[in-house]
Write a protein of this length. Sequence first.
Length: 755
Amino acid sequence: MRGIRMMMSGILLVVLFCSCNSKQDTGQTVAKNSNDEVEQKVEALLAKMTLKEKIGQMSQSHLRSEKMDSYKEKLQKGLIGSFLNVEDRERGNELQKIAVEESRLGIPLIFGRDVIHGFKTIFPIPVGQSCSWNPDLVKEAAAIAAKEAAASGIHWTFAPMIDITRDPRWGRVAETCGEDTYLTSQFAAAMVKGFQGEDLADPQTIAACGKHYVGYGAAESGKDYNTTWIPEPLLRNVYLPSFKAAVDAGLATIMSAFNDINGIPASGNEFTLRRVLRDEWNFDGFVVSDWGSMIEMKNHGYCIDDKDVALKSIKAGVDMEMVSESYINYIEELINEKIIVEELINNSVRNVLRIKFRLGLFDNPYCSEPSEPVILTENNLNTAKELAKQSMVLLQNNNSLLPLSKDIKSLAIIGPMADAPKDQLGCWIPDGKAEDSQTPLHAITKYLGEKVKINYAKGIEKCSSKNKDGFTEAVNAAKKSDAVILFVGEENNISGEAKSRAFINLPGVQEDLIAKIAGTGKPVVLVIMAGRPLTFSESAKKISSVLYAWQPGTMGGPAVAELIFGDESPSGKLSISLPRTVGQIPVYYSHKNTGRPPSKNSLGMEMGTPLNPKEYNSKYIDVDFTPQYPFGFGLSYTTFEYSNLTISKQKPGLNETLTVKADVKNTGQMIADEIVQLYIRDLTGSLTRPVKELKRFERISLKAGESKTVEFELPVNELGFYNNDGKYIVEPGNFHLWVAPNSDEGLKAEFEVVK
Ligand code: GLC
């Protein structure tokens, strides 16, 4: 059978080859790790489908309850293949019943939803999660999110968002895993495996969607949806690898982005969607456009009209159109006019049907009530608390103020984020509920019990408020307390999609409130709960301790309480550099050295006061060239000592593997986790190379006084890069290597790669 089918498709390809000139034109997808039975079912079903039914599979509608009647007729005709934002299991089953039992071929629908960082149990926003440097825990969180979503009738999440960005002005930095390609790639694979499990047909797993393909995080000036100019080596070395890692982990779908890439919008980009995704990576899932990203190619000035949109999208390889209707309205016309061949459509339909079969939707199209509780269970909440704790980054702890003593007599809890149940959940929480949030105010009150007097004052109504009427009450609360925990940050609606900010300071009058509270002379812990890196260097000077908690999700309160009072030490490390000022952006660790690298002699500048340059090199004359806090940075309640760095070979060959070892000792008084990082630098290349690149990391736990030898295996083949010819090369030459606590310091070794 397989032989005949292959011969048939071979004949078909010969015919098409004559008319289409290349494999790309037909979009022929060679199913990877193809389950032959699925392929046979796909082909058998495809052979029965009319053109209209095929186009139906390529169309996704946004569910509007008031349009149920119109959906019914279209579903009976097989003209819709998917919905997004189906609100619950009952509605989903209602729609599915029509599609499966009242249409000619009974092809089940696939329901998509933005399950970005949790469904009902909300985990920290992804940029926070990535500061845990714990892919296994993030995978566990994704699996919980999948279980909760699947129980509600969702088959497919529009996650993971695996865009790289170095621009915290961009609101969607909240949804990323930070600035680094290697770290994001580890999380990309972990989240795909978490959402999809080992078997997509498992009713407790859902299909993942790698987004936004590709380069969306490089939007000009941090403005969402904006243009990107990414030379191919940069695209391949920085922006594509996280998607490749997701595809290699079995990614079921990919979402084409809003931005144009070097003048060609991502939803009409044959290079990225066919040449890279299909021909090089052999991706056999399906590509869905982003919301309207196809018809927006008219706004881009790339398409004349919706017919042109349909033509350029299908030629590029978008298989399913999210909410707009250019495919429904023009694909048939394009075929009748022989502008495209039906085989192009067939391949998109194959990709969609393949995932529907792999999801088991044909065998089990309906969602039943789960046999056991799966929503907001104790296990889910405990995992959310653990991930929230590991996501939080201790940036400053002068005089070791933290952990606070549980024996204090009174504590002031102040600020607009102390009791902000919705804001602490972060962006993209369509199904998360504020009433399920456990806020810091309530968690700390419960944690300390009756013996400690809690003096609570909001100080400011909302983060962005300008009204200072609450300051007096807040100052008074601080004055009558032994210590202060001050919760500031951003509301959850000023980060995320379309939420770019030109200023990334603490919004409103929060910095004034910090100054007032610091002015009381009380020991102050500042907890920042934000959806992006913020600038707060002046405030940090007035404060003893700073804990960056991101927007920590449902269990943010208990997580903060347990860290602040020392149940365990903070262990998070920054996955994105924190700038001193917005004027530094982009500021990131894996930058190039340039011809005139800055020297540390110029450091220590007073921000904002221009100086005459002593040295003529690449820096500012009114702020230090270094970030406020570097990538990989995070403090602990203990201290760690790194020693005895060794590498297995001084001159490794191109096909060899370096074994790198170092000892890490807990030289403090408290057990804690340390995230040990391995960086390299290629000193000279046929293209200039970054001054540092993260290549490995490991989270280790060390008791007080305990020492461990950390060992990394680093194949020389991973020290290469893509050149201007699109080729991956490893060039002999001199390298530096660090085993480090962050990107700014560490033990250094040198070696030479030889032919
Ligand atoms: C939005 C977002 C995308 C999301 C989609 C569906 O515009 O860009 O991330 O998954 O539409 O809600």
